[in-house]
Design a protein around this ligand. Structure first.
Ligand code: EPU
Length: 307
């Protein structure tokens, strides 16, 4: 048996579901892009760890799919192994006295809403952020009211060698839209509860959701903001002021509601989206001198010019 067949056979034998050539578009909020060569949904943390070790041994690239909210998959798809933490051990949310324990695959919006309803402070600030708890930690997702790191107590993860570790917040180099956890797989998160009463939490939830609905195309197929904000500035405002709202490449269009939202109107390709992102980056650079940095993770574009 060849080495490739060998490692695939070993992967197939692990507890979980392994599928080949799985279209990833339905798993991303952009709703575009090609298939995963291999998509593995491990049934246990140990199966996930073993999959990482097998992939490493075979020299195969690994991508971890969270809620697919910040992911642009190339039209040709992504080679190697994509891991999705969709099985039961990874999707639970447990409310305890001093915080919340969530699997990496748990829905962040569900966690945030339920936390506010129970009067757990510190979560409503993340209202309206889509995706999974693990993805929110990996990206340090946030907005004007707060960031994920503000409520993280500790993260349990697998490192690149499949070793299980629990890292306290102080050990995670969080920054604006970054956690420094690239190359690791977040399995679960311990969040801390901030002091707050139920009414205040619900008020905060309402305010944050209201702001999002008033200023963002919430129902559109986008990746949220396409660019990080440059220090002290809003990328959306810069794109807006550059006159780019409504600009399009094929079926990819810049939202009229918020300039940092790049929307798949239906039928956009990854190439369209990438070209539109590049158009905005170049135009803003020409007009203002500001270099925008993409917030969207690109999968399968290896060997192609990125920006
Ligand atoms: N603005 C414009 N035109 C636009 C967009 C914004 O003039 O097209 C102005 C607004 O009027 C406001 C300022 O720019 O005066 C800032 O806009 P906004 O409050 O919408 O915030 P933002 O900086 O554009 C950030 C986050 C969002 C988050 C919102 C609200 C980033 C890159 N964006 O946007 O996060 O939802 O605050 O909390 O940090 C995301 O990261 O995916 C994301 C959507």
């Amino acid at each position: 048996m060849s080495k490739t067949a060998d490692w695939r056979a070993a992967l197939r034998a692990l507890p979980g579901t392994l599928r080949e050539g799985v279209p990833l578009a339905p798993y991303t909020t952009f709703r575009l892009g090609g298939p995963a060569e291999l998509l593995f949904e491990p049934a246990t943390a140990e199966a996930c760890a073993e999959a990482l070790r097998l992939a490493k041994g075979a020299g195969v690239a690994v991508h971890v799919l969270g809620g697919g909210t910040n992911t642009l998959v190339a039209d040709a798809g992504v080679r190697g192994l994509v891991i999705l933490l969709s099985a039961k051990p990874f999707t639970g949310i447990e409310f305890v006295d001093d915080g919340v324990r969530a699997g990496a695959g748990a829905s962040l919006p569900k966690l945030v809403q339920e936390a506010a309803r129970r009067g757990y402070g510190g979560f409503a600030e993340l209202a309206g952020i889509p995706g999974s708890a693990g993805g929110a930690v990996a990206m340090n997702a946030g907005g004007r009211y707060g960031e994920t790191k503000d409520v993280v107590r500790a993260v349990t993860l697998l490192d690149g060698d499949g070793m299980l570790k629990t890292v306290p917040r102080a050990g995670i180099p969080f920054g604006y839209r970054r956690s420094g956890l690239a190359g690791k797989v977040v399995l679960s998160v311990e969040f801390e509860k901030k002091r707050c009463d139920k009414e205040a939490a619900l008020k905060m939830l309402e305010e944050a959701m209201g702001y999002k609905h008033a200023t963002q195309p919430m129902a559109a197929h986008s990746a949220g903001c396409a660019f990080k904000n440059p220090p002290g500035q809003s990328a959306g405002k810069l794109i807006d002021e550059a006159g780019l709202k409504g600009a399009r490449v094929g079926k990819a269009v810049i939202s009229q509601i918020h300039g940092n939202f790049f929307v798949n109107e239906g039928g956009a390709t990854a190439a369209d989206m990438l070209a539109l992102i590049d158009l905005a980056r170049r135009t803003v650079k020409e007009k203002t001198g500001v270099e925008l940095e993409s917030e969207v993770q690109r999968w399968g574009f290896e060997g192609q010019p990125t920006q």
